[in-house]
Ligand binder design. Structure first.
Ligand code: SF4
Length: 292
Protein backbone atom coordinates (compact mmCIF):
# COMPACT_ATOMS: atom_id res chain seq x y z
CA UNK A 1 0.00 0.00 0.00
CA UNK A 2 1.18 3.50 -0.67
CA UNK A 3 2.08 5.71 2.26
CA UNK A 4 -0.05 8.58 1.08
CA UNK A 5 -3.04 6.33 0.72
CA UNK A 6 -2.79 6.17 4.50
CA UNK A 7 -3.13 9.93 4.69
CA UNK A 8 -6.17 9.81 2.45
CA UNK A 9 -7.58 7.00 4.53
CA UNK A 10 -7.31 8.96 7.72
CA UNK A 11 -9.52 11.64 6.23
CA UNK A 12 -12.00 9.17 4.74
CA UNK A 13 -12.32 6.76 7.63
CA UNK A 14 -15.84 5.88 8.70
CA UNK A 15 -15.22 3.22 11.21
CA UNK A 16 -12.58 0.79 12.27
CA UNK A 17 -13.28 -2.71 13.27
CA UNK A 18 -10.78 -5.25 14.38
CA UNK A 19 -7.83 -3.11 13.47
CA UNK A 20 -5.14 -4.53 15.73
CA UNK A 21 -2.72 -2.07 17.25
CA UNK A 22 0.40 -1.62 15.16
CA UNK A 23 2.42 -4.78 15.55
CA UNK A 24 6.08 -4.79 16.36
CA UNK A 25 8.38 -7.22 14.65
CA UNK A 26 8.08 -10.47 16.54
CA UNK A 27 5.10 -9.31 18.58
CA UNK A 28 1.77 -10.98 17.93
CA UNK A 29 3.37 -14.21 16.72
CA UNK A 30 3.88 -15.79 20.09
CA UNK A 31 1.25 -18.36 19.17
CA UNK A 32 3.09 -19.25 16.00
CA UNK A 33 6.30 -19.87 17.88
CA UNK A 34 4.57 -22.24 20.27
CA UNK A 35 2.93 -24.43 17.64
CA UNK A 36 3.88 -28.09 17.50
CA UNK A 37 5.39 -29.37 14.26
CA UNK A 38 2.09 -30.95 13.31
CA UNK A 39 0.12 -27.78 14.00
CA UNK A 40 2.65 -25.78 12.07
CA UNK A 41 2.50 -28.01 9.00
CA UNK A 42 -1.32 -28.04 9.14
CA UNK A 43 -1.35 -24.28 9.30
CA UNK A 44 1.04 -24.01 6.35
CA UNK A 45 -1.13 -26.38 4.31
CA UNK A 46 -4.20 -24.26 5.06
CA UNK A 47 -2.32 -21.12 4.10
CA UNK A 48 -1.19 -22.70 0.84
CA UNK A 49 -4.76 -23.68 0.01
CA UNK A 50 -5.90 -20.13 0.83
CA UNK A 51 -8.28 -21.16 3.63
CA UNK A 52 -6.12 -19.16 6.02
CA UNK A 53 -4.32 -15.88 5.48
CA UNK A 54 -1.97 -13.60 7.37
CA UNK A 55 -3.65 -10.26 7.95
CA UNK A 56 -2.62 -7.00 9.52
CA UNK A 57 -6.08 -5.46 9.84
CA UNK A 58 -9.21 -4.47 8.02
CA UNK A 59 -11.42 -1.42 8.07
CA UNK A 60 -14.32 0.36 6.38
CA UNK A 61 -13.29 3.45 4.45
CA UNK A 62 -14.99 5.88 2.12
CA UNK A 63 -13.45 7.63 -0.90
CA UNK A 64 -10.12 5.80 -0.64
CA UNK A 65 -8.88 2.51 -2.07
CA UNK A 66 -11.44 2.57 -4.88
CA UNK A 67 -14.98 3.86 -5.40
CA UNK A 68 -17.66 4.14 -2.69
CA UNK A 69 -17.47 2.65 0.78
CA UNK A 70 -14.98 -0.17 0.92
CA UNK A 71 -13.91 -2.92 3.23
CA UNK A 72 -10.14 -2.73 2.87
CA UNK A 73 -8.16 -5.72 4.07
CA UNK A 74 -4.43 -5.36 4.71
CA UNK A 75 -2.48 -8.53 4.09
CA UNK A 76 0.92 -9.14 5.64
CA UNK A 77 4.06 -9.77 3.62
CA UNK A 78 5.76 -7.63 0.99
CA UNK A 79 8.79 -8.28 -1.24
CA UNK A 80 9.48 -4.55 -1.66
CA UNK A 81 11.11 -2.22 0.84
CA UNK A 82 9.91 1.20 -0.26
CA UNK A 83 11.85 3.92 1.53
CA UNK A 84 8.59 5.79 2.19
CA UNK A 85 6.50 2.80 3.31
CA UNK A 86 3.89 3.71 5.93
CA UNK A 87 3.27 0.12 6.90
CA UNK A 88 6.64 -1.48 7.62
CA UNK A 89 4.76 -3.64 10.14
CA UNK A 90 3.30 -5.49 7.13
CA UNK A 91 6.72 -6.39 5.65
CA UNK A 92 6.74 -9.90 7.09
CA UNK A 93 3.99 -12.49 6.67
CA UNK A 94 4.79 -14.06 10.02
CA UNK A 95 3.92 -10.82 11.82
CA UNK A 96 0.29 -10.97 10.71
CA UNK A 97 -2.77 -12.42 12.41
CA UNK A 98 -3.98 -15.76 11.00
CA UNK A 99 -7.55 -15.28 9.75
CA UNK A 100 -9.94 -17.62 7.92
CA UNK A 101 -11.05 -16.55 4.46
CA UNK A 102 -14.54 -17.66 5.48
CA UNK A 103 -14.58 -15.25 8.41
CA UNK A 104 -13.76 -12.32 6.14
CA UNK A 105 -16.36 -13.44 3.62
CA UNK A 106 -18.97 -13.53 6.38
CA UNK A 107 -18.10 -9.92 7.21
CA UNK A 108 -18.32 -8.91 3.58
CA UNK A 109 -21.76 -10.45 3.37
CA UNK A 110 -22.88 -8.27 6.28
CA UNK A 111 -21.81 -5.13 4.44
CA UNK A 112 -23.33 -6.00 1.08
CA UNK A 113 -26.08 -3.41 1.42
CA UNK A 114 -23.57 -0.67 2.31
CA UNK A 115 -21.46 -1.59 -0.71
CA UNK A 116 -24.49 -1.56 -3.00
CA UNK A 117 -25.81 1.78 -1.70
CA UNK A 118 -22.40 3.49 -2.04
CA UNK A 119 -21.30 1.60 -5.17
CA UNK A 120 -18.36 0.41 -3.14
CA UNK A 121 -16.91 -3.02 -2.47
CA UNK A 122 -13.79 -4.70 -1.15
CA UNK A 123 -10.13 -3.83 -1.63
CA UNK A 124 -7.25 -6.16 -0.85
CA UNK A 125 -4.20 -4.15 0.13
CA UNK A 126 -1.12 -4.66 2.24
CA UNK A 127 1.73 -5.31 2.38
CA UNK A 128 1.47 -7.00 -0.96
CA UNK A 129 -1.74 -8.87 -1.69
CA UNK A 130 -0.09 -11.14 -4.27
CA UNK A 131 2.21 -12.61 -1.59
CA UNK A 132 -0.84 -14.71 -0.64
CA UNK A 133 -2.41 -15.50 -4.01
CA UNK A 134 -4.53 -18.50 -2.97
CA UNK A 135 -6.04 -16.60 -0.04
CA UNK A 136 -6.62 -13.50 -2.19
CA UNK A 137 -8.23 -15.65 -4.89
CA UNK A 138 -10.71 -17.07 -2.37
CA UNK A 139 -11.68 -13.63 -1.09
CA UNK A 140 -12.07 -12.22 -4.60
CA UNK A 141 -14.07 -15.17 -5.89
CA UNK A 142 -16.26 -15.12 -2.76
CA UNK A 143 -16.91 -11.38 -3.10
CA UNK A 144 -17.73 -11.74 -6.79
CA UNK A 145 -20.19 -14.51 -6.09
CA UNK A 146 -22.00 -12.10 -3.73
CA UNK A 147 -22.07 -9.46 -6.46
CA UNK A 148 -19.56 -7.26 -4.61
CA UNK A 149 -17.15 -4.98 -6.55
CA UNK A 150 -13.54 -6.14 -6.11
CA UNK A 151 -10.26 -4.28 -6.15
CA UNK A 152 -6.62 -5.03 -5.37
CA UNK A 153 -3.94 -2.50 -4.44
CA UNK A 154 -0.58 -3.81 -5.67
CA UNK A 155 2.89 -2.86 -6.88
CA UNK A 156 2.56 -5.53 -9.56
CA UNK A 157 5.96 -6.93 -8.62
CA UNK A 158 4.38 -10.35 -7.98
CA UNK A 159 1.93 -10.06 -10.89
CA UNK A 160 3.01 -13.50 -12.09
CA UNK A 161 1.23 -14.91 -9.00
CA UNK A 162 -2.14 -13.72 -10.30
CA UNK A 163 -3.83 -16.50 -12.26
CA UNK A 164 -6.17 -15.84 -15.19
CA UNK A 165 -9.08 -16.98 -12.99
CA UNK A 166 -8.07 -14.46 -10.35
CA UNK A 167 -7.96 -11.65 -12.90
CA UNK A 168 -11.49 -12.52 -13.94
CA UNK A 169 -12.60 -11.88 -10.36
CA UNK A 170 -10.99 -8.42 -10.17
CA UNK A 171 -12.94 -5.33 -11.25
CA UNK A 172 -10.27 -2.72 -10.53
CA UNK A 173 -6.51 -2.69 -9.89
CA UNK A 174 -4.81 0.15 -8.02
CA UNK A 175 -1.39 -0.23 -9.61
CA UNK A 176 1.44 1.53 -7.80
CA UNK A 177 4.10 2.60 -10.29
CA UNK A 178 6.78 3.76 -7.94
CA UNK A 179 9.16 5.18 -10.52
CA UNK A 180 9.70 5.28 -14.25
CA UNK A 181 13.31 4.30 -14.66
CA UNK A 182 15.06 1.19 -13.48
CA UNK A 183 17.64 2.94 -11.33
CA UNK A 184 15.19 5.12 -9.40
CA UNK A 185 12.73 2.25 -9.03
CA UNK A 186 15.43 0.13 -7.44
CA UNK A 187 16.51 2.98 -5.20
CA UNK A 188 12.93 3.48 -3.99
CA UNK A 189 11.88 -0.18 -3.61
CA UNK A 190 15.03 -2.32 -3.61
CA UNK A 191 13.57 -4.30 -6.52
CA UNK A 192 13.26 -4.28 -10.32
CA UNK A 193 10.70 -2.31 -12.33
CA UNK A 194 10.11 -4.84 -15.14
CA UNK A 195 7.54 -7.11 -13.36
CA UNK A 196 5.23 -4.11 -12.79
CA UNK A 197 5.30 -3.28 -16.50
CA UNK A 198 4.63 -6.90 -17.42
CA UNK A 199 1.66 -7.02 -15.04
CA UNK A 200 0.27 -3.74 -16.39
CA UNK A 201 0.54 -5.13 -19.91
CA UNK A 202 -1.43 -8.19 -18.82
CA UNK A 203 -4.15 -6.05 -17.25
CA UNK A 204 -4.40 -3.97 -20.42
CA UNK A 205 -4.69 -7.13 -22.54
CA UNK A 206 -7.37 -8.50 -20.19
CA UNK A 207 -9.30 -5.20 -20.23
CA UNK A 208 -9.13 -4.83 -16.41
CA UNK A 209 -9.70 -1.28 -15.18
CA UNK A 210 -6.62 0.32 -13.60
CA UNK A 211 -6.04 3.36 -11.42
CA UNK A 212 -2.35 4.19 -11.42
CA UNK A 213 -0.80 5.55 -8.23
CA UNK A 214 2.45 7.45 -8.03
CA UNK A 215 3.93 8.71 -4.76
CA UNK A 216 5.70 12.03 -5.17
CA UNK A 217 8.72 12.25 -2.88
CA UNK A 218 10.94 15.36 -3.10
CA UNK A 219 14.51 14.43 -3.87
CA UNK A 220 13.60 10.82 -4.61
CA UNK A 221 10.87 10.44 -7.26
CA UNK A 222 10.20 14.04 -8.31
CA UNK A 223 12.66 14.41 -11.22
CA UNK A 224 10.55 15.46 -14.24
CA UNK A 225 12.39 12.84 -16.31
CA UNK A 226 11.37 10.12 -13.86
CA UNK A 227 7.74 11.31 -13.87
CA UNK A 228 7.78 11.53 -17.66
CA UNK A 229 9.01 7.93 -17.79
CA UNK A 230 6.17 6.83 -15.49
CA UNK A 231 3.70 8.59 -17.81
CA UNK A 232 5.21 6.81 -20.84
CA UNK A 233 4.85 3.45 -19.14
CA UNK A 234 1.24 4.22 -18.23
CA UNK A 235 0.56 5.13 -21.86
CA UNK A 236 1.01 1.46 -22.73
CA UNK A 237 -2.15 0.79 -20.71
CA UNK A 238 -4.15 3.77 -21.93
CA UNK A 239 -7.18 1.66 -22.87
CA UNK A 240 -7.72 0.55 -19.26
CA UNK A 241 -6.34 3.41 -17.12
CA UNK A 242 -9.27 5.55 -15.99
CA UNK A 243 -7.29 7.74 -13.59
CA UNK A 244 -3.82 8.56 -12.32
CA UNK A 245 -3.40 9.53 -8.67
CA UNK A 246 -0.37 11.60 -7.67
CA UNK A 247 0.01 11.08 -3.92
CA UNK A 248 2.14 13.65 -2.09
CA UNK A 249 4.62 12.17 0.38
CA UNK A 250 3.82 12.74 4.08
CA UNK A 251 5.80 11.98 7.21
CA UNK A 252 3.41 9.52 8.78
CA UNK A 253 5.20 6.21 9.10
CA UNK A 254 8.30 7.34 10.96
CA UNK A 255 7.20 6.05 14.36
CA UNK A 256 6.56 2.57 13.02
CA UNK A 257 10.03 2.37 11.48
CA UNK A 258 11.54 3.48 14.77
CA UNK A 259 9.46 1.04 16.79
CA UNK A 260 10.59 -1.81 14.53
CA UNK A 261 14.21 -0.77 14.92
CA UNK A 262 14.47 -0.15 11.17
CA UNK A 263 16.45 2.64 9.57
CA UNK A 264 14.04 5.21 8.12
CA UNK A 265 15.99 7.09 5.48
CA UNK A 266 13.46 9.85 4.77
CA UNK A 267 13.48 11.52 8.20
CA UNK A 268 14.61 14.82 6.74
CA UNK A 269 12.36 14.72 3.67
CA UNK A 270 9.57 17.28 3.59
CA UNK A 271 6.20 16.91 1.81
CA UNK A 272 6.25 18.35 -1.72
CA UNK A 273 5.21 21.98 -2.24
CA UNK A 274 1.77 22.41 -3.87
CA UNK A 275 3.51 23.78 -7.00
CA UNK A 276 5.53 20.58 -7.38
CA UNK A 277 2.42 18.44 -6.90
CA UNK A 278 0.63 20.48 -9.55
CA UNK A 279 3.50 20.41 -12.08
CA UNK A 280 3.78 16.64 -11.61
CA UNK A 281 0.05 16.19 -12.17
CA UNK A 282 0.40 18.36 -15.25
CA UNK A 283 2.92 15.94 -16.76
CA UNK A 284 0.34 13.15 -16.55
CA UNK A 285 -2.39 15.46 -17.87
CA UNK A 286 -0.22 16.35 -20.85
CA UNK A 287 -0.31 12.64 -21.71
CA UNK A 288 -4.09 12.78 -21.75
CA UNK A 289 -4.84 11.17 -18.37
CA UNK A 290 -7.46 12.13 -15.84
CA UNK A 291 -5.41 13.03 -12.78
CA UNK A 292 -6.35 13.20 -9.09
S1 SF4 B 1 4.85 -2.03 -1.72
FE1 SF4 B 1 5.37 -2.89 0.30
S2 SF4 B 1 7.13 -1.72 0.99
FE2 SF4 B 1 6.19 -0.58 -0.69
S3 SF4 B 1 4.77 0.88 0.28
FE3 SF4 B 1 3.58 -0.94 -0.21
S4 SF4 B 1 3.68 -2.23 1.65
FE4 SF4 B 1 5.31 -0.70 1.83
Amino acid sequence: MTQSATALRDSGRDQDFLAPAARLRGAGIGGLEELTDLERSERLARMRSGELGSIHSWELVTAVDGPGTRMTIFLNGCPLRCLYCHNPDTFLMKDGEPVEAEELLRRMRRYRRVFRASQGGITLSGGEVLMQPAFAARLLAGAKSMGVHTCIDTSGFLGANATEEMLEDIDLVLLDVKSGDEETYRKVTGRALAPTITFGDRLAAAGTEVWVRFVLVPGLTDEPRNVENVARIVERWRSVVSRVEVLPFHQMGTDKWDALGLDYKLKETRPPEPELVESTREIFRSHGFTVH
